[in-house]
Design a protein around this ligand. Structure first.
Ligand SMILES: *[C@@H]1O[C@H](CO)[C@@H](O)[C@H](O)[C@H]1NC(C)=O
Ligand SMILES: *[C@@H]1O[C@H](CO)[C@@H](O)[C@H](O)[C@H]1NC(C)=O
Ligand SMILES: *[C@@H]1O[C@H](CO)[C@@H](O)[C@H](O)[C@H]1NC(C)=O
Ligand SMILES: *[C@@H]1O[C@H](CO)[C@@H](O)[C@H](O)[C@H]1NC(C)=O
Length: 423
């Protein structure tokens, strides 16, 4: 198993299955249960979510597998609120320093909100740590991603679930931490040429996201609003107490555990998230959701490439003080709050693709069972094997995301359940 610590792995399943070939099968059995569209009857907590979604939540309580229940235009089946004044999500560097500071401060507030006792472990990803009650609401969000790792990557859940997850995060910043701005996104296409020294890495203690860590400090960042040298630093609690870790990694595909899913293991990660690479996904695959998602989610595509190049936390590698049982993988990646700014850019790519052609707007397909054990498996089921998901599938929540929200509720970012656009 320790062989896995050598690897820069995006998907936890990758290293896990490499060590335990049976683990993928276990995960599949678990996923079968949770893929049921009537899943998540556990705890209606919706506490972290806000006013925008309350009405749709209560009226969307009946889940159905009938396609006829889907309204034309894939509008939310239960949206009762109009979206008249959408929030405009903006690129990080277009914000003023004051706006940046208010966002960075709100994230630190999130890290001080208490753990929710409603958080439940579904076990759909094996060999994860127990819930840590001495953690924060931010850690709870990280834990949801840990627990659902095998369900939400390389399956049909990928784009819609992360959109739903980001929405919860944004609502919590607004409703619990007084944040009044939009969720910013990080357009990493601007940073490919000199990633190590890109302008996103700002050491300013008030309005910077910080720079990089060093080996002597286990890659924990010291600068920026979240670093250890800040008067109010930001700490994480999974899998162990640590500060945000970043470790520039130019060639993450060397020694990759699943070389059969790569085309060139010597590739520089910054070649995977150029504007040309984004365009190769977003400007193509008309009406072909599967083709679009696969091109974007491939290890050597934009989503994974950014995770892997930032290294350490965003890659999901285990901190030096983690228990020996820690298995690296994408599971831990929201530990770096940049995760949410990165995934907002990922979400924008889906949004741009959806809005490029009418045939894309409601396009959706995908299975619920991750298939990464061989190239043949992955090629046959890049979006997961059956049981299939549909627009009526209900998001897994682990007890703390809003219950009874369907995929179709997030298909339109201005559909009523959601109310935002991208600049
Ligand atoms: C990627 O980064 C390397 C090293 O900084 C640089 O030489 C190369 O030009 C970059 N590639 C792209 C596509 O920007
Ligand atoms: C990094 O970029 C800044 C400007 O953004 C520049 O002043 C500095 O010289 C650069 N450092 C390196 C090592 O390239
Ligand atoms: C940091 O990144 C380098 C590659 O740039 C890699 O060799 C090293 O193993 C990484 N260390 C950690 C702890 O992630
Ligand atoms: C699952 O969806 C795919 C399309 O993505 C379709 O070809 C296949 O027949 C479906 N399988 C089942 C069992 O419904």
């Amino acid at each position: 198993m320790r062989f896995a610590t050598l690897l820069s792995v995006v998907l936890c399943a990758t290293s896990l299955a490499a060590a335990f070939p049976s683990a993928g099968i276990l995960a599949r059995q678990d996923d079968d249960t949770s893929a049921d569209t009537t899943a998540d009857t556990s705890a209606d907590t919706s506490a972290d979510d806000g006013t925008v979604s309350d009405s749709s939540a209560s009226s969307a309580s009946v889940s159905t597998t009938s396609v006829s229940a889907i309204r034309p235009g894939c509008a939310p089946q239960a949206a009762t609120r109009a979206c008249t004044n959408p929030t405009v999500r903006k690129e990080w560097r277009t914000l003023s320093n004051a706006q940046k500071q208010s966002f960075l401060t709100a994230v630190k507030c999130y890290g001080t909100l208490p753990h929710s006792s409603s958080l439940v472990k579904t076990g759909s990803t094996p060999d994860i740590p127990p819930i840590n009650p001495a953690s924060s609401a931010y850690d709870d969000m990280v834990y949801v991603h840990i627990d659902l790792n095998h369900q939400i990557h390389s399956t049909g859940w990928f784009f819609p679930w992360h959109r739903f997850y980001l929405h919860t995060y944004e609502q919590t910043l607004k409703n619990k931490c007084g944040y009044t701005g939009p969720l910013p996104y990080w357009d990493w296409t601007q940073d490919t040429a000199n990633f190590l020294n890109a302008s996103i890495w700002d050491s300013n203690h008030n309005h910077g996201v910080g720079t990089w860590g060093t080996a002597t400090n286990d890659y924990q960042i010291t600068d920026g609003a979240w670093g250890t040298a800040n008067p109010s630093p930001f700490y994480l609690n999974y899998p162990s107490h640590h500060a945000i870790r970043r470790n520039f990694t130019l060639q993450p595909y060397l020694n990759f555990p699943r070389p059969y899913l790569l085309t060139n293991s010597a590739q520089y990660a910054n070649e995977t998230f150029t504007q040309a690479m984004v365009d190769a996904s977003v400007q193509h695959y008309t009406g072909d959701y599967k083709g679009f998602q696969k091109s974007f989610q491939d290890y050597q595509g934009p989503h994974a490439g950014v995770h892997l190049m930032v290294g350490a936390d965003l890659t999901g590698l285990c901190p030096g003080n983690a228990p020996a049982s820690c298995i690296p993988g994408e599971t831990w990646s929201p530990n770096d709050p940049l995760f949410f700014m990165h995934h907002a850019r990922v979400d924008k790519a889906w949004y741009d693709w959806q809005n490029r052609n009418a045939a894309n707007k409601c396009a959706f397909e995908g299975g619920s069972v991750q298939m990464l054990d061989s190239l043949a498996d992955y090629d046959e089921y890049p979006l997961g094997a059956p049981p299939n998901l549909s627009l009526n599938s209900v998001f897994p929540t682990d007890g703390i995301l809003q219950s009874n929200v369907h995929i179709q509720d997030v298909m339109d970012t201005k559909g009523g359940y959601l109310c935002y656009t991208y600049q």
